[in-house]
Design a protein around this ligand. Structure first.
Ligand code: SF4
Ligand code: SF4
Length: 213
């Protein structure tokens, strides 16, 4: 395989995104969780305002969504800090985007970022994906971080499946979440404060995992 072909195979393709969307279709809770955060956010769900969280789309995802809807556009930073974030965090295959607003949301055209919020994968001391955890930077903004009991097991199970597939496809993301998981463990030891791990059904009550997490 030549380098050009290799690079093409490494990039997430549109049909894969469609497949991921199929997997990431479960509701996170049994009610509209926007009702929990809207009152403190001028009537806008916390995670649907770019002032709080800017959706990060794969470039192929953005291309796919542009064919399906006019909901999305490229996000334009409005201050020095945002320009820095865009320059430092966008990559060859990813781009920050903005939707038209929560009143125009199209469920089937939400990005992977929207669908997975507020959880991310957790990799144990062996580097094995064993569950999901809250994204640290949004813990204070998303009220669900105080109500783990409300998060549906079906959501955890399907999102675990998604992350398992994605981390096999994207070495850079595997490395990023491996480092983030290590940081969580370091802070747990330093602050003597546990963090919540959501286990998929098939890994619940597996005692052998305790020494690795
Ligand atoms: S996921 Fe969290 S921040 Fe987003 S709408 Fe639900 S409660 Fe609000
Ligand atoms: S697409 Fe929907 S879920 Fe995603 S940020 Fe916009 S309003 Fe929120």
């Amino acid at each position: 395989m030549n380098p050009k072909q290799k690079a093409k195979f490494l990039e997430i393709q549109e049909e894969e995104i469609e497949y991921y969307y199929d997997i990431l279709n479960e509701n996170i809770v049994d009610f509209d969780c926007g009702t929990l955060c809207k009152p403190d956010n001028n009537g806008v769900p916390f995670c649907c305002s770019v002032r709080n969280a800017v959706p990060y789309l794969y470039k192929k995802e953005f291309e796919l969504l542009k064919k399906r809807t006019n909901l999305w556009k490229e996000w334009i930073p409005s201050n020095k800090q945002e320009i820095k974030m865009k320059m430092e965090q966008e990559s060859d295959d990813g781009i920050f985007c903005e939707c038209k607003g929560h009143q125009f949301c199209e469920r089937e055209n939400r990005s992977i970022s929207c669908r997975t919020f507020p959880l991310e994968p957790y990799l144990d001391k062996r580097g094995v994906l064993v569950g999901l955890i809250y994204i640290k930077s949004f813990v204070h903004g998303c009220p669900l971080s105080k109500h783990p009991e409300k998060i549906r097991q079906e959501f955890i199970d399907t999102h675990f499946l998604f992350w398992e597939k994605l981390l096999l496809r994207k070495k850079d993301e595997y490395d990023m979440y491996l480092a983030a998981s290590r940081t969580e463990r370091r802070l747990r030891t330093k602050n003597k404060q546990e963090f919540k791990i959501f286990f998929p059904s098939h890994l619940k009550e597996r005692e052998y995992l305790l020494k690795y997490i």
